[in-house]
Design a protein around this ligand. Structure first.
Ligand code: F6R
Length: 588
């Protein structure tokens, strides 16, 4: 698909842009072009061919100017010709534009613009953007207003970036990615982080209808009403590929739905890597597991699995508490460090301490270039692709799948279970086929102050993780409780209509959890049951498909993730960027 890159800074823009376009080559393209602004002249060179070839024939690299845009085109409207290659200019050469996407109504717009006297040089849909900008530049001297008015005319999908003779770069997007890279020697605007990852790992992922205006000093963001908006700066540390929301409104719900594929994928560990992990664990006398937040919940679940399935005792230590535990960690120990980002400061600190005590480090990470992976004796990748939503969703289930695989390989034969790609059958599809019931529950309970989640045995870590999702996405106080513990205190909190979610699939915990449900129901609680089997006690019943009992924890978190997402929407919270949180917590 098309790649866009823009640069404004201290370096010669064209040489930066040529390198960036090469980095985005994997997207596929048929022609290449670059425009730069030198004093008040817009310079333009473009042609059909590969970046390297066009660069050597047209000397793209040598174009003067510290402001520039570049594009590799993958033809949609108009053949593969030099004239159809981007960038496109208006009639006056006051503006030059690169575009990714498709302008559905370009023909009507083009007809109207031609009637007004505009002269088109290409057959592309994209060129209308340059001429629309030209029209509005005659009416308004505010670039932001010009972009807003231009976009009001466009139907379709787009990310476009324009250079204005005044020395500004502006861009906007709708259903096509556009990302800002904030570097020391200049700022970037690109359709892909790979466009600037070599220069900076600080990125702002623009939302639909965000407008960005870059000058030499500033990155200014606006919404379509012209009001300033702010977006979080994300530290990019992954080999990114798939960073678009696709058909989804938010990354979070996209990533929840991606679990249909990411869970089975996570079970497909490279056998050599898996064996190394198994060897590291089985050759160690003491096994410690650490992680933060969601990754800590994976560690807690691993404790149950290690013990129940492999009969191996482990010690779980929250990473932020690690340095305060005088654990007997030594050269006979392995520390299993779990982290999606591989950059969490508390986790890295635990690893540092463990290494000082000569323990071995096995890490379970999503980002194989991360600091954690690099510090480890061995790492296993959870292989779920980039997770853009701040709340961990698909990375949690992928961590569990990875841990299941390792633990399964430590079992003596009769206790190991089938971990083949088909073990979930149709279960993941069944859970993810329709969110409407969970959305309805979210509507019904959105105003409550507290939600309690109960689970016993290895459902307890899922109760903790579920409550973390509700807290961070919907800003509702939520608490995960081991079902048997309610009579030891939490029951005092139960009154009429208190919401209690119970994880109660039919396994050896079923009847004990049911007793706890009775105790709460008789005190007025409203029960949301998550189980394969309905019960009169449930005010709402979320049906889990039947799977091997050992797999329930992996699938029973999914409805709570979806519920949390809809609670966030009902409460007008942005699920992708929960307040006060960051994806990668690199401070202790
Ligand atoms: C919760 C969440 C955080 C992270 C925690 C650890 O949804 O995202 O609690 O799980 O900050 O992050 P990683 O796994 O990157 O070490």
């Amino acid at each position: 698909m098309c790649s866009i890159i823009g640069y404004i800074g201290k370096c010669m823009a064209a040489s930066v842009i040529v390198e960036s376009l090469k980095k985005m080559e994997y997207r596929g393209y048929d022609s290449v072009g670059i425009a730069t602004l030198e004093r008040d002249r817009i310079l333009l060179r473009k042609d059909v061919g590969k970046v390297m070839d066009v660069d050597s024939s047209l000397q793209l690299n040598n174009m003067p100017g510290q402001i520039g845009i570049g594009h590799t085109r993958w033809a949609t409207h108009g053949g593969i010709t030099k004239l159809n290659a981007h960038p496109h200019t208006d009639c006056t050469n006051n503006v030059v534009v690169v575009h990714n996407g498709i302008i559905d109504n370009y023909q009507q717009l083009k007809d109207t613009l031609i009637k007004q006297g505009h002269i088109f040089k290409s057959q592309t849909d994209s060129e209308v953007i340059a001429h629309l900008i030209e029209t509005y530049l005659k009416k308004f001297d505010d670039v932001k207003k010009v972009i807003i008015e231009t976009c009001k005319q466009l139907c379709g999908s787009y990310a476009f970036v324009a250079i204005f003779k005044s020395g500004l770069i502006a861009g906007t997007r709708l259903d096509e990615p556009l990302i800002i890279g904030m570097g020391n020697d200049g700022n970037f605007i690109s359709s892909d982080v790979l466009g600037f990852l070599e220069y900076t790992d600080k990125a702002i992922f623009l939302d639909n209808h965000d407008i960005v205006i870059l000058d030499h000093q500033h990155v200014n963001l606006f919404d379509f009403n012209g009001n300033s908006v702010s977006r979080p700066i994300t530290q990019v540390a992954w080999e990114l590929g798939d960073i678009d929301k696709g058909k989804y409104a938010h990354y979070t719900i996209k990533e929840i739905h991606q679990q249909k594929n990411s869970i089975p994928m996570a079970f497909q560990i490279d056998p050599i890597s898996l064996q190394k992990a198994v060897d590291l664990v089985s050759s160690s006398k003491n096994i410690f597991i650490t992680g933060s937040g969601t990754s800590y919940h994976s560690a807690l679940l691993a404790k149950y699995l290690f013990y129940k399935s492999a009969k191996i005792r482990t010690e779980i230590i929250m990473s932020s508490e690690f340095e305060y535990m005088s654990a007997p960690i030594d050269e006979n120990s392995v520390l299993i460090a779990i982290s999606q980002s591989g950059e969490t400061a508390d986790v890295l600190n635990s690893v540092k301490i463990a290494k000082e005590h000569k323990a071995k480090i096995l890490s379970i990470v999503n980002i194989s270039t991360s600091s954690l992976a690099r510090l480890s004796d061995h790492y296993v990748s959870i292989n779920c692709g980039p997770e853009m939503g701040v709340a961990a969703t698909k990375s949690f289930t992928a961590q569990l799948a990875t841990l299941y695989s390792i633990i399964n390989n430590l079992c003596v034969n009769e206790r190991s279970v089938d971990m083949s790609i088909n073990m979930f059958g149709n279960a993941l599809n069944e859970i993810l086929i329709d969110d409407s019931y969970l959305e309805k529950i979210a509507e019904d309970i959105k105003s409550v102050q507290d939600i309690y989640i109960l689970g016993k045995s290895f459902h307890y870590p899922i109760a903790l993780e579920g409550s973390l999702k509700i807290k961070e996405l919907a800003y509702i106080h939520a608490e995960g409780i081991a079902a048997g513990e309610i009579k030891h205190g939490p029951l005092a909190m139960i009154e009429l209509n208190t919401i209690v979610i119970v994880l109660n699939p039919e396994d050896e915990t079923y009847y004990d959890t049911l007793h706890s449900i009775h105790e709460m129901k008789s005190r007025g609680a409203k029960i949301i049951g998550i189980s394969n089997k309905n019960n009169d006690m449930y005010d709402y019943f979320i049906k889990l498909p039947l799977v091997n009992k050992i797999l329930y924890p992996i699938i029973e978190i999914i409805p709570i993730q979806i519920l949390s997402y809809y609670l966030a929407l009902k409460k007008d919270a942005n699920p992708d960027y929960p307040r006060n949180l960051a994806k990668s917590v690199t401070v202790k």
